[in-house]
Design a protein around this ligand. Structure first.
Ligand code: SF4
Ligand code: SF4
Ligand code: SF4
Length: 330
């Protein structure tokens, strides 16, 4: 599928539609018409191979983007309209040891999606009953309010198409009964796929296993402030969420964003929208920092692509079938 035609061509049951009435207003609160699905990323099993990044590009026919050595194990500096998944690497010192903290950065498919609540274009963003949040580019007006509404800084604007892009959880595969491409390709079974209930239970078991191996602060990342997510993380160092670039308490409730309703009416004015988007982005992420040139930071150490991430040598957890034996300490 070409990038410009991505989004919301699915026949899946719809739960929420941007700037539109509730499609099932009589449904009991919290009720669903079908299974709620989720992806679970076990950071402790990720070896940083980036196979998931490649699978995402291939399945979704996203363009190849040039990159450079900027002193990081990351393939690229940031997400983009053509990069919906980026493995982020953070090198920190924990108890005297250097550790790579790895994060699979992509849309978390929030149960309360700030992007959808902020969008003023009817039908440009939909949430399916299974939890997937998908953009319909035919309806997107390019205002970028979704960018400001997302507490995880995920959607990316393409000035050429004037549309916004992000992971769609491989909705076409899911609709056909397949797992997302990144799940399928991961060689260490770091990514699991199933119902939200199953993934929460698996996540709890993995956290228990990590804590039993000395990762006292291991936690399941499924933040309540966005109603939980349909991509969750098992985080070995739950006390270092900021180092993983995971907000500790993201919020995107319908109530909080309802306050923006009046401001959204500025949608009639392109200038108003631009000012609003700028103001919201500033409030959310602060002033834009100019990119440093050359190496990504004074303390950054260039690492070859073939290098092994340094870890604590945490052994295999042994709770999943068929996983590669070696795990890293993400
Ligand atoms: S992570 Fe951001 S883009 Fe994805 S569903 Fe949540 S608010 Fe929307
Ligand atoms: S679910 Fe699909 S679109 Fe999303 S990151 Fe994985 S491969 Fe990419
Ligand atoms: S999640 Fe799996 S495929 Fe992706 S980088 Fe980690 S080990 Fe490789």
């Amino acid at each position: 599928m070409a990038q410009g035609t991505q989004g919301s061509q699915s026949g899946l049951a719809i739960r929420r539609i941007s700037a539109s009435p509730d499609p099932a207003p009589d449904r009991a609160p919290g009720a669903r018409t079908g299974p709620e699905l989720a992806k679970l990323i076990d950071i402790s099993r990720c070896i940083g191979c980036k196979g998931c990044e490649v699978a995402c590009k291939e399945w979704n026919e996203l363009g190849v983007e040039p990159t450079e050595n900027f002193g990081s194990m990351q393939s690229h500096r940031d997400l983009s309209p053509d990069t919906w998944l980026l493995m982020r690497f953070s090198e920190i010192e924990v108890d005297g040891d250097v550790q790579w903290l790895i994060k699979k950065d992509a849309c978390l498919h929030c149960e309360e999606p700030g992007c959808l609540y902020a969008c003023p274009a009817p039908g440009a963003i939909v949430q399916y009953e299974n939890g997937i949040v998908d953009f319909n580019h035919d309806q997107c007006i390019g205002c970028q309010l979704c960018v400001s509404g997302c507490p995880f800084d995920i959607p990316r604007f393409n000035p050429a198409t004037r549309k916004v892009y992000k992971c769609n959880m491989c909705v076409d595969r899911v609709e056909a009964g397949l797992e997302p491409a990144c799940v399928k390709t991961c060689p260490t079974n770091a990514i699991s796929w199933g119902t939200k209930e199953e993934m929460k239970a698996l996540g709890a078991k993995k956290v228990e296993g990590l804590q039993g191996r000395g990762f006292d602060n291991a936690t399941l990342y499924d933040p309540a402030g966005v109603g939980g997510t349909h991509m969750m993380y098992v985080v070995p160092h739950g006390d270092q969420l900021a180092e993983y670039d995971l907000p500790a308490d993201p919020i995107a409730s319908a109530g909080a964003l309802a306050a923006l309703g009046g401001l959204r009416k500025l949608g009639a004015s392109a200038l108003g929208l631009g000012l609003l988007a700028t103001a919201l982005h500033y409030l959310g992420f602060g002033p834009q920092e100019p990119e440093t040139e050359g190496l990504g930071g004074a303390e950054a150490v260039p690492v070859g692509a073939g290098s092994e991430p340094a870890g604590e040598g945490a052994g295999p957890e042994g709770s999943e079938a068929g996983g590669a034996g070696e795990t890293t300490d993400g």
